[in-house]
Every structure is written in structure tokens, then in C-alpha cells.
Design a protein around this ligand. Structure first.
Ligand SMILES: [Zn+2]
Ligand SMILES: [Zn+2]
Length: 255
């Protein structure tokens, strides 16, 4: 399974980082999208993602920087007459969110050609779609926010979505091959419902993470050495700071 970073930033415009977007590609070529932040679809071509392959789309919570391109995806599927069925996964309230998009945009965001299935996952719920199994854990952010463990090809990625440090997030990461954790801020900025460079490291240590990818950087992270702060907080495993366009082989070593 390969991880493509479509957007490693937030809602704040940044010259090198777009809003949240990730794609996992299984060995059979199928794609599971994690988040769909504004502009993240712009990076689909670079990762060889099309409407026909992007048939599983999971959102962790309904902050705009994580889901604003949902409408763009639905509209794009319509105008290209995409015949592939779309599975839309999200937290409790996802069906209502999609209904509100339809109330705003009308028939332009309906699936007239391929059809769709909407699945809401609460804490510890799971679903298997094709090569991918997703298990949700409640995390500390919005009331219904979840993170996902995504398993395919015998490998598991743990993805925090947005979350502060909490037991659910540690459980989510335990035993995963790679943990993809948000790291919104430098260590100096304390937050309850986001991670900073220190708390991200502490979660990774508590969960026994061996390979860690950090992402979701607010611009103030540019002014500090995030990797050094993570090391200073005691994390000793493999570490990468995600950039837009990065690609990681979850089965590979040496990073
Ligand atoms: Zn958020
Ligand atoms: Zn966010």
C-alpha cells in the first residue's frame, strides 16, 4: 500500500501546503481517499487518481479544511458521467452533511451514473470496501470526530485526522505499520484538540509507533525545527514530515 500526500497544510493559504488530503493506493490499483480538503483534488493527476479509481472517500470530521472538495468531487463525477460506485465514509452526521450539500447545490452533486453508498462510522465501527478495511476510533476534536485505521495488502496506516492527545488516538496507532499524525503547531503552543510537535511525539511513544509521518502543519511550524522538537520529546523511530506530493511505500524501509 502506498500513501500519497495531496495536502499537508490547513485552511490557511501557504505557498507549499494545501489543505488536508491523502490517498492510499492498494496493490490492485484501487484508491482510498482520506479527507478532501479544498484544493486537494488539484493533486489527483500527480498521483494518477481519477474519478474511476477514487471510489472510497473517508472524511474524519466536517471542518472545512478536511471536506470542502466533497462538492467538487460529486460535481466532477456528474459532469464526467462517472459510472463507478462511490462509497462515502464519515463520522456520525455524514449523511446529513451530504444532504445539506445537495440542498445547496441541487442535482449537480447527485450521483446519477455510478450511484453512491454513505456509511457513518462511530467509535470502533469498521467497514470493508474492496481491498480496504477501515476501522474508526473516536478522537479528541469535534464531538463526532474520528481517526481511521486503514488496512490493505497486510499493512495498516493509522490516521489521526485532527485530534488532541487522547487514549482513543493512542489505541488507534498501536500496532500500525505507519502512523500519520497531525502536528498543527510547534511544541511551544499548547492545545487540547490538536497535537503539537511534543504531544505528537508523546502519542507516538505511548503507542509504540515505529514509523511516523507528521502532517497538517499550520504556517507557524515553518519557523521552528519540528523534527528536533519531536526528537527532544523522546520519539526515536523513523520520522518524516509530510510535504505535498510526497509518496510513501508502507511496506518499504529506509525512511
Ligand atoms: Zn479540525
Ligand atoms: Zn484541520
Amino acid at each position: 500500500m502506498r500513501l500519497h500526500v495531496l495536502g499537508s497544510g490547513t485552511a490557511i493559504p501557504h505557498p507549499r501546503r494545501g489543505a488536508s488530503g491523502y490517498a492510499l493506493r492498494a496493490d490492485d490499483g484501487s484508491v482510498c481517499l482520506l479527507e478532501c480538503g479544498p484544493g486537494s483534488t488539484r493533486r489527483w493527476p500527480g498521483a494518477a487518481i481519477t474519478f474511476d479509481t477514487a471510489t472510497l472517500l473517508a472524511i474524519t470530521h466536517h471542518h472545512v479544511d478536511h471536506c470542502a472538495d466533497l462538492s467538487a468531487v460529486l460535481f466532477g463525477r456528474l459532469v464526467t458521467e462517472c459510472a463507478a460506485k462511490l462509497t462515502l465514509v464519515g463520522p456520525v452526521g455524514h449523511a446529513d452533511h451530504l444532504a445539506r450539500l445537495e440542498a445547496a447545490h441541487g442535482a449537480w452533486v447527485q450521483d446519477k451514473h455510478g450511484g453512491r453508498e454513505v456509511v457513518e462510522l462511530g467509535d470502533r465501527d469498521s467497514i470493508t470496501v474492496g481491498a480496504f478495511t477501515l476501522e474508526a476510533r473516536h478522537v479528541l476534536h469535534l464531538a463526532d470526530a474520528v481517526g481511521y485505521r486503514v488496512t490493505a495488502d497486510g499493512q495498516t496506516l493509522a490516521f489521526s485526522g485532527d485530534s488532541g492527545p487522547c487514549d482513543g488516538l493512542i489505541a488507534l496507532c498501536r500496532g500500525a505499520d505507519v502512523a500519520l499524525l497531525e502536528c498543527s503547531y510547534p511544541a511551544e503552543r499548547e492545545t487540547k484538540r490538536h497535537l503539537n510537535a511534543r504531544t505528537a511525539a508523546e502519542v507516538a511513544v505511548a503507542a509504540g509507533v515505529e514509523r511516523l509521518v507528521l502532517t497538517h502543519f499550520y504556517p507557524e511550524c515553518d519557523a521552528v525545527d519540528i523534527a528536533a522538537q519531536v526528537r527532544a520529546a523522546g520519539y526515536e523511530g523513523a520520522l518524516a514530515l509530510a510535504n505535498d506530493g510526497d509518496e510513501f511505500d508502507l511496506g518499504g524501509r529506509g525512511w
